[in-house]
Design a protein around this ligand. Structure first.
Ligand SMILES: C[S@@+](CC[C@H](N)C(=O)[O-])C[C@H]1O[C@@H](n2cnc3c(N)ncnc32)[C@H](O)[C@@H]1O
Length: 209
């Protein structure tokens, strides 16, 4: 079971498997207050042009994918959590939403071609995978990329930046899983807006296949 699912359901506006409606409402409330909730989509858009094929890995309620589709990207969302995906499907039924475990994900098995230009994993997806499956999650995201495609992943490195009591792994482990999957680190920032990474509790990492 993913760590996300273990967090449990029913905590409106918080993190936890099954509460897709609460998760979506949290971001809607932020947006209503004028908070910019599309920093991840902005970063994706700075990396690949409209029309590019983007896989939103661990898409949840489709927050990133739906915004990218609105900007003209060719998006596919994949997530394990039926409750989260249900929200995505309700808001954007015209898009492709796949229910699958990233640890064994093969787009072709769902009738979707691989060779994505960009795979984005926003919102602590890798630390919220099931314990012990992280390397496989990274490997399958890498395999979904075209040669020269990029993997963009943002996640917390301490309890202050994760809905977990402690970080399940650090950047050396993540970089090693990426290297094993044939990916090379391009750059790393502290935020989706591109502030320099200086060893803080959150990192946005860009790796190229
Ligand atoms: C905090 S939510 C982030 C959702 C979305 N990316 C966003 O930023 O709004 C983390 C998501 O990762 C998904 N996830 C965790 N492990 C997964 C796995 N092995 N396969 C597919 N999805 C996974 C969870 O189901 C959950 O929807």
């Amino acid at each position: 079971m993913s760590r996300w699912a273990q967090l449990g359901r029913g905590r409106d506006g918080g993190d936890g498997g099954g509460d897709g409606a609460g998760y979506r409402r949290r971001f809607e409330r932020l947006a209503a207050r004028g908070v910019h909730v599309h920093g991840e989509a902005d970063r994706c858009a700075a990396l690949v042009p409209p029309g590019a094929r983007v896989l939103d890995a661990g898409c949840g309620t489709g927050r990133v994918a739906i915004e990218l589709a609105r900007r003209g990207y060719d998006v596919v969302g994949v997530d394990l959590d039926a409750g989260m995906l249900g929200e995505a499907r309700a808001v954007a039924p015209q898009l492709i939403w796949l229910q699958a475990d990233l640890a064994g994900f093969d787009p072709a098995a769902h009738g979707v071609p691989g060779g994505f230009d960009l795979v984005v994993a926003a919102g602590n997806v890798v630390p919220l995978a099931a314990a012990g499956t992280e390397a496989q999650v990274v490997a399958r995201m890498a395999a979904a990329l075209r040669p020269d495609g990029v993997l963009l992943a943002g996640f917390g490195l301490d309890a202050a930046h994760l809905p977990l009591p402690e970080a399940p792994f650090g950047l050396p482990a993540y970089d090693a899983w990426c290297a094993d999957a044939g990916l090379t680190l391009v750059e790393r920032h502290a935020t989706w807006a591109g502030e320099p990474f200086t060893g803080g509790g959150y990192a946005v990492s860009l790796h190229r296949r």
